[in-house]
Ligand binder design. Structure first.
Ligand SMILES: NC(=O)c1ccc[n+]([C@@H]2O[C@H](COP(=O)([O-])OP(=O)(O)OC[C@H]3O[C@@H](n4cnc5c(N)ncnc54)[C@H](O)[C@@H]3O)[C@@H](O)[C@H]2O)c1
Length: 282
């Protein structure tokens, strides 16, 4: 139990990687506060994570909004008296304030060509994946500075390590995730005098609701994938893109989060760790 008595705030913790990270931290004894825009999923996550024996609570949070990020951190501090870890995992492509995208319509509009990407989609991807991380960090930093201790983990991506040749939406995502790595380094410099370690994790390819939607779109737009199921597309991409030939799991990312939150990582800050089976080597 490396993290017993510690308090972790995890944005995007209601599903996918975020939930995996919550489960890994909880297994090491940390109490969890989830900030997620999807309330129903958060309720399920609370139940599952609570089964490990820790306290798990959630607050509906849109990380694109300053006041909601502040309210999340205040909620955690009011509950537990302080916070130890902030994991900024909310991200991806979907705007949960908007209706679910019609995949056939996206395909018809050749949505992935740069000239067709709507400006509001660009803004959403940057706001969620970059500004949302900034706002979450901004909300937590006064508490960390005061207590002169804390750990911040940002979730970037293999897509933040290199440009992608996979359409304008992913190009925007890739740029936002690269910006997260540089912001992580800068925040690490600012927070070092306060003994707050700030690091990024760059996950590889993990089957989550986001990837399922991505694979469905690929099956309809990439000729080589035509007619395949999203699961088959995902398996083939993982096999061809990852030297180990297999995808990662949420637990793989959770294990790295546990390490970065533990005393074992006390001398590590300003770094970005690829957890991707060798997909990126920079
Ligand atoms: N799945 C992968 O292969 C992969 C690879 C690299 C990086 N990532 C990153 O990992 C993170 C999680 O991705 P995932 O694949 O688990 O996706 P996911 O869609 O399963 O989970 C994303 C979570 O973020 C929440 N969220 C979305 N918008 C939000 C908002 N405005 N405010 C608060 N919460 C919000 C969702 O409700 C959801 O619970 C993202 O930052 C993603 O970019 C994923």
């Amino acid at each position: 139990m490396k993290l017993e008595g510690k308090i972790a705030v995890v944005t995007g913790g209601a599903s996918g990687l975020g939930k995996g990270i919550c489960q890994s931290l909880a297994r090491e004894g940390a109490d969890i506060v989830i900030g997620d825009i999807q309330e129903a999923l958060a309720k399920t996550a609370i139940k599952e994570i609570g089964e490990t024996g820790v306290t798990c609570k959630a607050l509906k949070t849109d990380v694109k909004k300053t006041m909601e990020c502040k309210a999340l951190v205040e909620f955690a501090v009011n509950l537990f008296g302080h916070i130890d870890f902030l994991v900024c995992c909310a991200g991806g492509g979907r705007d949960y304030d908007a209706p679910a995208p019609d995949i056939e319509d996206l395909v018809k509009r050749d949505y992935n060509a740069i000239e067709n990407l709507p400006e509001e989609v660009f803004d959403h991807i940057v706001d969620l994946n970059f500004k949302g991380v900034f706002l979450s960090i901004q909300a937590a930093v006064p508490y960390f500075k005061k207590q002169k201790y804390g750990r911040i983990i940002t979730i970037s991506s293999v897509a933040g390590r290199r440009g992608v040749n996979a359409g304008a939406g992913l190009m925007t995502y890739s740029a936002a995730k690269a910006a997260v790595i540089l912001m992580t380094q800068s925040v690490a410099c600012e927070m070092a005098p306060y003994h707050v370690n700030v690091n990024a994790i760059c996950p590889g390819i993990i089957w989550t609701p986001s990837w399922a939607e991505n694979a469905l779109l690929l099956s309809k737009t990439v000729p080589a994938f035509k007619g395949m199921t999203p699961e088959d597309v995902f398996t083939i991409v993982a096999k061809h893109e990852i030297p180990f030939g297999n995808p990662q799991s949420p637990e793989d990312i959770g294990n790295m989060a546990v390490f970065l939150c533990s005393d074992d990582a006390k001398e590590i800050t300003g770094q970005a760790f690829n957890v991707d089976g060798g997909m990126r080597m920079n």
